[in-house]
Design a protein around this ligand. Structure first.
Ligand code: NAP
Length: 313
């Protein structure tokens, strides 16, 4: 448990930031850097969504630089900022997905360099989607292969921007996070599919689904803080990834829905066009293992999908 720390979360108004901020707000000073006013955040998410002790500070390029002083003496800086990838990859959207991540990282880096007391630890988001479509073997920090499709390119540039920031007194960690399961995020559309009878396998169903429970993400952040040797790249993914078919089956069983219509790849492509998203989000085989976390002694609270979905559905 973190206590008495100053924690700043950039892009913390979203799904992961909300879980983290609320988890630590009672015992720590928590600040969220957002492009929105507190009122706008409350209007979008509802007043009770964030613990009232959390402070919201407006930041970003083109804004007054007052927010920078709020970073002084931070114990943990977490950067989650980035435009959602749940959209069709038009040229404009691709640019925004890429630029929002790279420039938020650079803006934070420039700010941190101006501080007298820089953060002790800086965790920058990345994604486990940086590894290739893997159907033959799992990918980890050492043996994983990185290819060149758009989402991989985004992660590479995002990590490069972070790696280029040289800080003598700040420990830096890249969090290559798998699909995160919690109350919100991607579980919401998956639950809707199941509810409306469409919760069968997607595509062949054999593509791997690497996931991590949001409680583990928060606990891993705490573990990073406490383990002063931890630095560099970590995969935040549960030790037992499953196939898409097993994931959908488990979700149906937790929701007590007997049958789910399978969605072949062609139907998903057609559907994705209508709802302006990308089939890659469900068809890419993400087979990722948390080798470093396990070798260095982190014990996952949610190791298998049955327990994880049981806690959330
Ligand atoms: N959720 C997952 O399963 C998952 C898995 C792997 C990696 N990740 C990565 O982890 C990060 C957090 O995930 P999340 O699910 O919490 O995302 P989220 O709910 O979409 O929240 C991201 C936050 O980024 C800020 N943002 C949006 N567009 C921006 C822009 N153009 N420029 C700067 N900031 C912008 C927003 O904050 P304001 O509007 O308040 O500024 C938003 O609340 C993301 O970068 C995501 O790619 C997520």
């Amino acid at each position: 448990m973190l206590k008495g720390l100053k924690i700043v979360i950039a892009g913390g108004t979203g799904f992961m930031g909300n879980a983290m901020a609320n988890a630590w707000a009672a015992d720590n000073e928590v600040i969220i850097l957002t492009r929105q006013s507190r009122k706008a955040v409350n209007n979008s998410y509802g007043k009770a969504y964030f613990n009232s002790s959390i402070r919201f500070v407006v930041w970003g390029e083109g804004k007054s630089a007052n927010w920078i002083q709020d970073l002084e003496g931070t114990d943990i800086l977490i950067n989650l900022a980035g435009r959602s990838v749940n959209c069709s990859y038009t040229k404009a959207n691709r640019e925004e997905i890429m630029n929002s991540r790279v420039s938020a990282t650079k803006v934070l880096g420039n700010a941190v360099k101006k501080l007298q007391r820089p953060p002790a630890l800086w965790l920058n988001a990345s994604s486990a989607t940086i590894y290739r479509h893997a159907t033959d073997r799992p990918q980890d920090e050492e043996m994983g292969e990185i290819q060149n499709d758009f989402s991989v390119q985004v992660c590479k540039e995002w990590e490069k921007a972070f790696n280029e920031i040289e800080l003598a007194n700040t420990r830096k960690i890249i969090m290559r996070t798998a699909i995160t399961l919690g109350n919100g995020g991607v579980l919401v559309p998956y639950k809707n599919l199941v509810k409306y009878g469409l919760g069968g396998r997607q595509g062949s169903g054999r593509q791997m689904f690497s996931w991590v429970h949001i409680d583990d993400v928060c606990r891993i952040v705490e573990w990073f803080y406490e383990n002063k040797e931890a630095s560099g790249v970590y995969n935040l993914s549960a030790p037992h990834p499953v196939s898409n078919e097993v994931f959908m089956q488990t979700l149906r069983s937790k929701m007590h829905v007997g049958y789910g219509l399978p969605s072949p790849a062609w139907l998903l492509k057609l559907g994705a066009m209508f709802i302006a998203t990308e089939t890659e989000l469900v068809l890419k085989s993400r087979w990722v293992l948390p080798t470093r976390l396990q070798q260095e002694g982190y014990v996952f609270k949610y190791q298998d999908i049955d327990a994880a979905l049981g806690s959330l559905v």
